[in-house]
Design a protein around this ligand. Structure first.
Ligand code: AMP
Ligand code: MG
Length: 406
């Protein structure tokens, strides 16, 4: 039996980032950029108005004999169009936000600081002197041609997608998403739309894992449930090895029908198959047909927790991320953890910020078959191995499952 840390190190040592491909921009959310992005254009591409108002010469805005100057309006320029004539001394042009500043004009005054006879007015009075460049956004003020805008290795979020769109990247070079085969095992496991029959339970693991895999940024492929026979498992694994990663649940313990390890030994290699933790002692890792296989336990809580601790970091490493692990913080465990385990214990808990500190509440019965302990949990309180006890009000480490990786 190996420690959680050793298991994670052994797994990650075997996992590499997947190849880079060109990904359509709308599908790049959460992916890792594979090259520096250098602006090929100035942004904004042309000097434009920051306000609805009038384009004029700043020298024309100075009061004359203490009175506001009156300028002749020669036309208007809306966003998306270019003025067909220049602004000359003694004249002004109506201008809208985002419209290119006409030739000749060196400033824009917002409409609120002017007076006219209405929308058809032929003149405008300038109520305040404005300096040159007022309300003008110069070309290249945001990004300039040749400037490095995003670095290789950065994660593409909604704001990065906006910037990439600004620069005209309809598709971006990024590490591609892993395709993950998800395989249930067990003669007792029937599908979600089946009525329960004696001895049977519904397949919850495959659906839970499918969602968790998708949330981690990979593309899940549910391959159904293998029977507890070598023949059925072989058939399923023939399909599974078409993917980048295989995640199974069940069949990795020491029962007579726990045959996943047998197939791994027959068709690949087992790196390890037991971890000193609870829930989730039977976790197998190895390769089959050259594809990494993470054999998670069958108990739903164990499958869920071990996916968070091992599966998610594997997917993130395949995606090219360098931050792989959820942050750990100190929390006050308000209700304590009464049951003592010799193995490292990951206790599902809800953590919230209250009165200037993080407070954890465990989620009730922590049996590995008690799926209710997953609901409302956003953290795992870590109880060290060796029969450690956490009394109510003690401080402990918690892994924050809803905080971004660090
Ligand atoms: P195993 O490791 O195959 O002995 O499974 C451990 C426990 O998890 C047993 O009680 C199984 O019935 C249960 N289990 C296995 N696979 C699933 C699944 N896909 N969905 C829900 N429970 C499962
Ligand atoms: Mg089983």
């Amino acid at each position: 039996m190996i420690s959680v840390e050793e298991a994670l190190a052994r797994i990650l040592a075997e996992i590499k980032a997947l190849p880079v491909t060109q990904i359509p921009l709308p599908e790049a959310l959460g992916l890792v950029l594979a090259q520096d992005i250098v602006a090929q254009e100035d942004i904004p591409p042309f000097a434009n108005s920051a306000m609805d108002g009038f384009a004029l010469l700043s020298s024309d805005s100075q009061p004359r004999d203490g009175k506001p100057p009156r300028l002749r309006i020669t036309g208007e320029v809306a966003a998306g169009y270019v003025a067909d004539h220049a602004v000359e001394e003694g004249t002004a042009m109506r201008i809208m936000t985002g419209a290119p500043v006409p030739l000749g004009a060196d400033t824009v005054i917002q409409v609120e600081l002017t007076r006219t006879e209405g929308p058809r007015s032929e003149w405008v009075e300038i109520m305040e002197a404005v300096p040159r460049g007022n309300n003008i956004r110069p070309a290249g003020e945001d990004m300039h041609r040749g400037q490095t805008i995003l670095l290789q290795g950065s994660e593409i979020g909604p704001w990065e997608i906006g910037v990439l769109a600004t620069l005209g990247w309809a598709s971006v070079p990024a590490t591609r998403r892993p395709h993950v085969a998800i395989l249930g095992t067990g003669d007792e496991v029937i599908d979600v739309d089946q009525p329960l029959r004696p001895g049977k339970i519904r397949n919850s693991n495959s659906y839970l894992l499918e969602a968790a895999v998708r949330r981690a940024g990979a593309v899940p492929h549910r391959l159904g449930v293998a029977r507890d026979t070598i023949k059925s498992l072989r058939e399923k694994f023939t399909q599974a090895i078409q993917h980048d990663l295989i995640i199974t649940s069940g069949g990795v313990s020491v029962g007579d029908f726990d045959l996943v390890k047998n197939i791994m030994a027959e068709q690949g290699q087992i790196n390890f198959w037991r971890i000193n933790m609870r829930p989730g002692k039977p976790v197998a890792f190895g390769f089959i047909g050259g594809i990494p296989l993470l054999g998670l336990p069958g108990n739903p809580v164990s499958a869920a927790v071990t996916f968070e601790l091992f599966g998610r970091p594997v997917i993130r490493k395949m995606l090219g991320h360098t931050r792989l692990l959820r942050p750990q913080i100190d929390v006050i465990v308000e209700d304590g953890v009464s049951d003592r385990a010799m193995r490292r214990h990951y206790v599902r808990a809800h953590v919230e910020w209250r009165d200037g500190r993080f407070v954890a509440h465990t989620t009730g019965n922590q049996g590995s078959h008690i799926t209710m302990s997953l609901l409302n949990a956003n953290a795992l309180v870590v109880v060290p191995e060796g029969g450690f006890e956490i009394h109510p009000g003690d401080t402990a480490k918690a892994i924050m499952l809803d905080w971004p990786e660090v």
